[in-house]
Design a binder for this molecule. Structure first.
Ligand code: SF4
Ligand code: SF4
Ligand code: SF4
Length: 206
């Protein structure tokens, strides 16, 4: 860790980076910020489990605590999402929910989980309107903290991609707002011609 790393950086580096939101924060880093600011306790991360709480406790020089059951439980065996492809209606809602872009598919087409990228966060499960995503046990998969750096990197890449799309959409909206309405422009030109004609007639009859 860089010598100028903040306390938030140091605590964030100890979190498993599934971005599952079970701690009650929208992602791992906001939880790290809350702990660094003394606003959250160290026992709110089920994917980190007892080992994660121990890491946080050591870092902060505090005694560990039992995991807060209000946040969920620590999995004995890791799980991965699997889509029952025959039932998938291709709505893309799971792709929108997945924080690490572990699902591929396109509108109206079958979707699939890339198991090597899935961190077991379960955010896709309630997002599916036809209930065709299941979490299955994957006994050979190590705890999420082992792959925290990869999950963080995919989460950042996803945020970057979404921000880029939003910037492009905003530019499109702006272009649309400033583009003159062709019908209104034609009416204005016609009115100008009528006005000119009326003025010429007035001058001729004066
Ligand atoms: S992995 Fe832990 S710290 Fe990160 S969002 Fe989930 S519960 Fe919060
Ligand atoms: S596929 Fe589902 S369980 Fe896996 S990382 Fe994405 S949202 Fe989480
Ligand atoms: S949310 Fe469910 S139905 Fe929609 S694309 Fe994903 S798996 Fe298919």
């Amino acid at each position: 860790m860089h010598q100028h790393a903040t306390l938030t950086d140091r605590l964030d580096a100890l979190l498993p980076q599934t971005q599952c939101t079970r701690c009650g924060y929208p992602a791992c880093r906001p939880y790290a910020e809350a702990m660094a600011g003394g606003l959250a306790d160290i026992n709110r991360c089920p994917p980190g489990g007892a080992a994660g709480i121990e890491r946080l406790a050591q870092s902060l020089g505090r005694p560990p605590l039992p995991l807060d059951p209000a946040c969920g439980h620590e999995k004995a065996v890791q799980t991965l999402a699997v889509i029952i492809e025959a039932d998938c209606i291709g709505c893309t809602k799971c792709i929108q929910a997945c924080p690490v872009d572990a699902i591929v598919g396109a509108m109206n087409l079958m979707h699939t989980v890339i198991s090597g990228h899935c961190n077991g966060c379960e955010l896709c499960v309630p997002a599916c309107p036809v209930d065709c995503i299941e979490m299955v046990e994957a006994p050979g998969i190590p705890p999420p903290f082992t792959h925290a750096e990869a999950f963080r990197s995919r989460y950042r890449a996803r945020n970057h991609r979404l921000a880029q799309i939003e910037r492009e959409n905003e530019m499109r909206r702006r272009r649309h707002r400033v583009r003159p309405d062709p019908v209104a422009a034609a009416l204005a030109r016609a009115q100008d011609r009528l006005d000119e004609h009326g003025n010429a007639t007035d001058r001729g009859s004066a």
